[in-house]
Design a protein around this ligand. Structure first.
Ligand SMILES: Cc1ncc(COP(=O)(O)O)c(C=O)c1O
Length: 366
């Protein structure tokens, strides 16, 4: 082992794991059907329902990172040939388009400029033009741009048109409200390594009754064997039917991470994320640095900021990492070289980390 030293991870993810979560990872590995492990599985699904704030029975962690959650959503919710309206205003919307096509969907894209949310009017037009569309997919928290996507109007339009709705909540779950039951979202997926402060490796998903029925009754076989929810839920349900060996210790870690969220309480946690971001924005403003996204579309867990003119932004990030042990993220796509992405996720959404980052940035920019 090279004994990597701990760093403060204030980029787009992963965030730092809570020390309790890391300790949980090192508990003894059990068999995937061991009664003690099965009890931990049941508690984990119960805790996931708390964090997703849902009554959905089918609420489980998928083996794999957030992208496995995305693939699970499309592979199970698309019948080949289905028309899907996929909203994209950043890297992860673009990834949804790719995954939807691989699942056999005929994709209609609704786009907006990077740094802005999807306009419900554009969704309305796309639905009108594509009356047979079966599915709408959208990213709640676009980590490549720092945009928080309002969901109410768009989801309502999709449901009125009889469409199933997939929502990417990878960077929102545990950091802000994800309106799973309120908006009757059909399929929501997330990841462990952002606002849950757990290592990357699992993708929590929650599926409502309508989507679960669709998956049960679909005509064609799910195109992925590994991510076939029809089979996976037989293991997570009372049958305990073996599908693949569960990543046992990661499930311990998730159980502990979710327990920590519950101890804090959802509302207190959301408030902490907002307050940490407010402190960051204020400190950046004192240095003359401006956020990319305007309120009310600013994502609490991930702030994007324009880099100052005339500096080598990559050199600043390198110095932050090498001399101050702090990671922040670079811009992607059209924002490459023009912005920084600063994550205040989970355990890291605290004022003292903000102050640490601002102090280091000031030092370097001076
Ligand atoms: C919004 C969003 N969706 C999906 C993903 C993919 O997750 P992962 O990299 O864990 O596979 C990410 C990762 O950053 C993300 O931010």
């Amino acid at each position: 082992m090279r004994n990597p030293k701990a760093k403060l991870l204030l980029g787009p993810g992963p965030s730092n794991s809570d020390p309790r979560v890391l300790r949980a990872l090192s508990e003894p590995t059990l068999g995937h059907l061991d009664p003690d492990f099965v009890a931990i599985m049941d508690e984990t699904t119960e805790l996931l329902r708390y964090v997703f704030n849902t009554k959905n029975k089918l609420t489980i962690p998928i083996s794999g990172t957030g992208s496995a959650g995305m693939e699970t959503a499309f592979m199970n919710m698309v019948e080949p040939g289905d028309k899907a309206i996929v909203c994209t205003c950043g890297i992860f919307g673009d990834r949804m388009v790719d995954v939807a096509e691989r699942a056999g969907a005929e994709v209609v894209k609704v786009e907006s400029p990077w740094g802005e949310p999807i306009d419900p009017e554009d969704v309305k037009k796309a639905i009108r033009k594509n009356p047979g569309a079966k599915l709408l997919a959208i990213v709640h928290a676009e980590t490549s741009t720092g945009v928080l996507q309002p969901l109410d109007e768009i989801v309502e339009l999709a449901h009125e048109a009889g469409m199933r709705v997939i929502v990417d909540a990878v960077t929102s779950l545990g950091g802000m409200d994800v309106p799973v039951d309120r908006l009757e979202l059909d399929f929501v997926y997330s990841g462990t390594q952002k606002c849950l402060s757990c290592p990357p490796g699992l993708a929590p998903v929650t599926v409502n009754e309508a989507a679960a029925a669709f998956i049960r009754d679909r005509k064609s076989k799910c195109r992925s064997w590994y991510l076939d929810l029809g089979m996976i839920q037989r293991y997570w349900g009372s049958e305990r039917f073996y599908h693949h060996t569960a990543p046992i210790n990661m499930i311990y870690a998730l159980h502990e991470a979710l327990t920590i969220v519950k101890e804090e309480g959802l509302e207190a946690r959301y408030k902490r994320h907002k307050e940490a971001q407010a402190a960051l924005i204020e400190g950046l403003a004192d240095m003359g640095l401006k956020p990319v996204v305007n309120e009310p579309f600013r994502l609490p867990s991930l702030t994007t900021v324009w880099t100052p003119d005339g500096i080598n932004e990559a050199a600043v990030r390198k110095t932050l990492l090498e001399e101050y042990n702090i990671e922040i993220g670079a811009g992607l796509g059209v924002f490459k070289g023009r912005i920084w992405r600063i994550g205040l996720m989970g355990t890291n959404a605290r004022r003292h980390y903000v102050v640490q980052l601002l102090g280091a940035l000031k030092d370097i920019l001076k």
